[in-house]
Ligand binder design. Sequence first.
Ligand SMILES: Nc1ncnc2c1ncn2[C@@H]1O[C@H](COP(=O)(O)OP(=O)(O)O)[C@@H](O)[C@H]1O
Ligand SMILES: [Mg+2]
Length: 306
Amino acid sequence: MMKVATVVNSKGGVGKTTLTANVGAELARRGRRVLLLDLDYQASLTHSLYRPAEIERQIDRRTIADWYMAVGRRGSGPDLMRYVSWPEEVRAHTRRSGGELAIVASAPKLEGVAARLGVELGNPSSRRYQDRHRQVVMRLAEGLRSLRREGFDYVLIDCRPDFEILTRSAIVASEGVVVPAQPERLATFGIRHLTEKLADFKKKNFEILGWSPASENRLEELAPTFLGVVFTRVRHGGGVPGPIPSSQQIIAEVRHLFPTFNAMMRENVDFQAGVDRLLPAAFGLRPDIAAEIQALVDEFESRIGS
Ligand SMILES: Nc1ncnc2c1ncn2[C@@H]1O[C@H](COP(=O)(O)OP(=O)(O)O)[C@@H](O)[C@H]1O
Ligand SMILES: [Mg+2]
């Protein structure tokens, strides 16, 4: 069964896009059929898999922005599958395993689409807000539902560093939410803020959909599940094995407070190099770093369930 996961953090530069690309790549390397969905109008994920010329030639009118524009207000329109493309560099690396790494690309025009969706949704105090919320925020979930018969194992959604309408649309379309974070001072503060926002949004959203749980403490049973924090860009060194001492302290603190993946992604130049080569680093990492990504993906698959 297809599982959808969204990668969220209100902070930029923490490694969301890098994690999305590399978890996707590792899943595909082991034979899973993976669809990446780029919901950021800066389109870093798209640009980490395609050259600008290819984007212009192959996917210029098949981005998620184009899908939103084609669906329009009536909420019905072309199948999202028509907006899926298969990056060339990646294909050679997944052929042998039978896996697949496809993408629904993004483009700067998604910014205008997001603004328009906001206008469509209108004011929470308006009488028709509930209906509009259903139509606007659930639109992506419905688009993804149509993909359920296409044989994808996972959809990974990469979001902007915000909690705006597209990010919220991704969350309601998901079975799980992953929160990448850097083990730095204030990490605990940021993660707490985000998890509170997530819980609050989940509650409001399911009330609007009429799915509220019988009691407050059953809220956790409703999708999406908070799969956990993943530490990213973790620096190693400082004369000790593993993360540098100041990071270790923060990691321990966060682990104590929030669901946290055991596996982490370390800071390594290969991840940046992968972006330059249009091939996620996970397709050819040095063994110790590859082992970290493999452990992360093992954990991801077991946390999201199959
Ligand atoms: N584990 C890592 N090691 C080295 N560089 C990384 C790592 N993760 C991310 N980066 C780099 O940091 C920058 C921001 O990462 P990105 O994944 O785009 O963050 P976000 O999507 O959260 O804004 C990029 O230049 C990226 O290549
Ligand atoms: Mg990003």
